[in-house]
Design a protein around this ligand. Sequence first.
Ligand code: ADP
Ligand code: ASP
Ligand code: MG
Length: 432
Amino acid sequence: MKKKLKVFKFGGASVKDAAGIKNVAGILKTYKEDPLMIVVSAMGKTTDALERIVVAHSNKTGESGILLENLQKAHYAIMAELFEDGHPVFDEVNDTFVALEWVLDEEPHPNYDLLYDQMVSVGELVSSKIVANYLSHVGLPTQWLDARDVILTDDIYREGWVQWDETVENALNIAKPMVEKGGFVLTQGFIGSTKENFTTTLGREGSDYTAAIFSYCLDADSMTIWKDVPGVLTADPRIFENIAKLDRLSYKEAIEMTYYGAKVIHPKTIKPLQNKSIPLYVKSFLNPEATGTFIGPDVDDLYPPMVALEKNQALLNISTRDFSFVAEHHMSHIFTKIAEFRLQVNLMQNTAISFAVCVNNVDDRVHKFAESIEKDFKVVIDDDGLELTTVRHYTPQTLEMLRSGKIILVEERTKNTVQMVMKVVQELKRKD
Ligand code: ADP
Ligand code: ASP
Ligand code: MG
């Protein structure tokens, strides 16, 4: 029987240096006989570095050139460990960076978000060129695919929304024949294109989502994301102790946790997979033999308490100026504006004359939203050190541990979930 397509996603941590790329090639050797589509992110912290270059260029601080030079040097140092002098990859990567140098030579584009996407996408373009060339170099023939030829988005830069009909059509016309040709097909996470051929990005950490888009369009048999953790854990190991790996998760659990900030999977990833019942595996690139976490349909396990923490929250208290009730037409107006500014609503509560809403505090969008409704509503914004903690399958002990040293500003409790908007208490300390 013909083998079905698998989609693998390797994130920034897995390809952060030459040893990482060699390790990825080692994993992929085992899958040599399979039809495989590979999605890669920018190497290590490249996207953060590119963001700093965009800011420097846009603000004309004079530092953008040196910052870019440092980033180029870091990439060339990795390439020098992977390829002999004169390998064509050096020219390919150089050409991509030169295009960025040209952008820096020009006046910054007045549309910051558009400028951001044209510049930041370079991270994925160069990493994908390096990894694809390296795989071919070590006997794993790999075709390079420009994800922008397949993924069509709207023109909301930095948060492009996929235009599904066109994207499916492109995937069938462009990516599928490449897969059928044999060997691996490798493409970039995170990036897409508008119909005018401007590059867009899908939102930070969006490469998991890209892999899910390709899985959906090509009816993949399964998708695997390779991480630096053994699988999905009950909480972020950078913040909590005594965590455990979850062997199995339903799509529903996974979507609930990732939407509210479990950083291990991008929240948009689950829906396309669920829609076609494609299983998702989260596995460790440090221990590829281990089973990891299975996310799929028909999982109805009993779960332990699971915690997701989302920092950088803003709590908005919105009230009518004339003491009238916050009625349906007010809500409708407020939500139209929330959608317009693409704010993610994490929690809401209303009283007769006010409405509290907790959203991710992204850039200046929250303040712009507040300005847009201030004619009709009084808006008080608290965005000083706020965190949102979501606990699924909570126990009294877990809640007590999480609340310690915190002020709870808003809390909401349902049968399976507690959500708390919290602030760290500044403890008084004696000087002597
Ligand atoms: P990538 O290399 O794909 O970009 P990320 O760094 O985005 O990987 O995601 C992996 C990280 O997610 C882990 O190192 C871990 O610190 C963090 N993380 C947060 N919540 C969880 C969780 N519930 N389970 C596992 N990892 C988590
Ligand atoms: N490189 C992008 C980021 O760091 C996308 C991703 O890694 O998923 O946000
Ligand atoms: Mg990431």
